[in-house]
Structures are given as structure tokens and as C-alpha cells.
Design a protein around this ligand. Structure first.
Ligand code: TXA
Ligand code: MG
Length: 341
């Protein structure tokens, strides 16, 4: 299959281009498109054969359900068997935006979308291209991140191509995605409401709207020495969002990095401080933004860049702890998880 690429203005997307992409979706094809979080790989959520194409293209295990993207709250309700108060409050506050709500599904939602489960994750995206595409397609769009399973999510069109060129019909290139990390996923069928995946909306922001939620068991983390959310979505494997290059996290990592470079190794360093004036040979340092939003937006692109350099190791200086940093720590921990997990 040849993957067609359309470039599009991310804020004022061309209607004709969106109509073309919508047509591809309506006839059962696969379209990668930018959202405010990461690039998604979309198919008509009501067409089981089209959705099967997503799983095939990504090599995604069939037990990992997909998020369904809809135009507005009304469309979301049409796919939900019930719409609890929390759904009402959270959708009012955070939609359109990077929050996915897990609710009981209606029979119209195909089983393949929900991995055979009785719940469906719904989200109204904020990105103009995603919104325009949903409108042009006229159907709800099932869309995981547009990468092969377990790889780093794409935040630029080139990342999508590196992973899925020749496996999808169309890629809409709308430039870098602003958020850079995936949506927060919360289970509204649990009581109290349960965080399944930390994301761009933080637990504290959610709790400000609906009161205390269950953020899961917080435990010391073996790979990164940091706290992390243990309970997670079905099918979410530990090693996820991972570069091919071995990755380790730590604090005060400069000494470690310096020592590795002195062994004549090629080392990538995601730092929070500038590299020394005369860096050792073999060091490829990227200084990351000091704020959580900036760091999150830059993280996957930085990992993609270093991963493409075929380095021997990537060392990550851990950013601070705290509510706003939860998603960043979660992804770093997963990126550092051993391959055999
Ligand atoms: O930001 C995002 O969420 C992006 C963009 C494209 O919207 N999508 C995304 O999809 O990250 P994906 O498939 O890579 O991650 C979806 C997550 C998975 O952890 C999955 O297990 C969980 O949502 N999920 C989906 N449906 C679920 C359900 N019914 N119950 C529990 N978890 C669910
Ligand atoms: Mg994904």
C-alpha cells in the first residue's frame, strides 16, 4: 500500500483536504492525523473491518481497547449506555481536550473497538484538524496513537512515517502536535472514579471538578526510583512508549554520563541543565524545558531524535515530582522498563 501524505494548516485546515480524508475513512481506510496530544491513527469506529485494520497496521494486541473520538458531547452520549454526573461535569470542563472518559457502551459500538469489553473510552479532541476530520467523515473515529505497538508515540508527521509508511492509506501532516503526551484516561464506571492513564490533564485538575479520585497504588519505581501509577488500562504493557535504545533515568546524572562517554561510548543525555562548555566526544545532549507542559511537549520528539542516532544508551535526568509531572514520570518509567517485561 502506498501512503499518501497531505500537508495541512493546523489552525485553518483546508476543507477540500479534510473532505478527501473523510472519504478515505468512510470507505474503510486508515488515516493518521494530528490531535492536540499526539498523532492518531483513525478508522471509522462503527466499521469493525476498518478497525481491524488499525490493529493490523500497529501490530496491536487485540486485548487493548481504542479511544473513540467524537465531535461533541451529544455524539458521545449516543455511544454511551449511561452518562453519569461525573461525565457531565468533566466533559463540560475539559472537552474539547485531552481527557478520555470510560463509560458503559451502547451495543452500536463494535466489540473490536472495546476489546470485547462493556465500556468505551470517549474523547472530543480540540485540534482543528481532528475536529474537521470527524466532521468531514460524519462518523466517530477510533484512533490509537499512530505508531507501531510499544513504540514511542508520534508528535510529528515524520514519526508516523518512520513507523507506519506503507501500512496506512493517508497521513495528514499538520506539523508538530502541541501537547506531546497522550490524553488522560479515567474510568467513570468505577467508584470512586479511577485514573487509568496519567496524561495532559492532571489528577488535581480532575479532582477540582469531581472530588477525590483513585489515582492507583503509588509505589516506588524500580526503573526510575520514582513514584508511579500501578493500576492501568487493559492491555497496557509495562514497556510502552519505548525507544529501541536502552534508556535509564536518574538524578545528578552528569557523572554517570561523563563516565560512559569516557569509555568512548556514544551517549544521549536528556538534561535539565546545559551541558558543560567542553563536552566529551560521544555526548549528544538535549536540554529539556524546566516546566512540565514544555517538557511533555518536547519529550517524544527528543526520544525519537536520539533513538534515530543509534546511540548506545540514553540517560535521562529525572525532572521534579508533583501532580503536573505525573504523566512525564509515567512515560519515562515505561520507556526505561526492561524489554522482556
Ligand atoms: O491522546 C490520546 O489519547 C491519543 C490520541 C490519538 O487521541 N490516543 C491514544 O490512544 O493514546 P492509545 O490507543 O495509544 O491509548 C489508549 C489508552 C490505552 O491505554 C487503552 O488501554 C485505554 O486508553 N482504553 C481505551 N479504551 C478503554 C476502555 N474501554 N477501558 C479502559 N481503558 C481503555
Ligand atoms: Mg499508544
Amino acid at each position: 500500500m502506498k501512503t499518501e501524505i497531505i500537508e495541512i494548516d493546523p489552525t485553518h485546515p483546508d476543507k477540500a483536504a479534510l473532505a478527501q480524508a473523510g472519504e478515505v475513512l468512510r470507505r474503510g481506510g486508515l488515516v493518521a492525523f494530528p490531535t492536540e496530544t499526539v498523532y492518531g491513527l483513525g478508522a471509522n469506529a462503527l466499521d469493525p473491518a476498518a478497525v481491524a485494520g488499525i490493529f493490523a497496521a500497529k501490530g496491536r494486541p487485540p486485548n487493548n481497547p481504542l479511544i473513540v473520538h467524537v465531535a461533541d458531547v451529544e455524539r458521545a452520549k449516543q455511544l454511551a449506555a449511561s452518562w453519569p454526573d461525573a461525565a457531565d461535569q468533566l466533559s463540560r470542563r475539559f472537552w474539547p481536550g485531552p481527557l478520555s472518559l470510560v463509560v458503559a457502551k451502547r451495543p452500536e459500538v463494535p466489540e473490536i473497538v472495546t476489546a470485547g469489553g462493556e465500556t468505551v473510552a470517549l474523547r472530543v479532541p480540540a485540534h482543528a484538524v481532528a475536529r474537521g476530520l470527524i466532521e468531514a467523515a460524519g462518523v466517530p473515529i477510533a484512533a490509537p496513537s499512530a505508531n507501531r505497538s510499544t513504540e514511542i508515540s508520534p508528535t510529528r508527521a515524520e514519526h508516523v512515517l518512520r513507523s507506519l509508511d506503507g501500512r496506512i492509506d493517508l497521513l495528514i501532516d499538520g506539523g508538530p502536535t502541541p501537547g506531546g503526551l497522550e490524553s488522560t484516561v479515567v474510568d467513570l464506571t468505577a467508584s470512586p472514579v479511577r485514573l487509568l492513564r496519567p496524561g495532559l490533564v492532571s489528577p488535581r485538575e480532575i479532582e477540582a471538578v469531581i472530588g477525590p479520585i483513585d489515582v492507583g497504588l503509588v509505589s516506588p519505581d524500580t526503573a526510575c526510583g520514582q513514584t508511579s501509577v500501578i493500576r492501568r488500562s487493559p492491555g497496557m504493557v509495562e514497556r510502552h512508549y519505548a525507544p529501541r535504545t536502552q534508556l535509564e533515568c536518574g538524578t545528578n546524572t552528569w557523572q554517570r554520563v561523563d563516565a560512559l562517554c569516557r569509555q568512548a561510548r556514544r551517549i544521549g543525555w536528556l538534561s535539565l541543565t546545559p551541558p558543560p562548555d567542553e563536552p566529551p566526544g560521544g555526548l549528544f545532549a538535549l536540554e529539556m524545558p524546566a516546566d512540565a507542559a514544555g517538557y511533555g511537549a518536547a519529550l517524544y520528539a527528543a526520544l525519537h531524535t536520539l533513538d534515530a542516532m543509534r546511540l548506545e544508551r540514553i540517560v535521562v535526568e529525572l525532572p521534579p515530582e508533583g501532580d503536573a509531572w505525573l504523566a512525564v514520570h509515567d512515560r519515562l518509567r515505561r520507556a526505561a522498563a526492561p524489554t522482556n517485561e
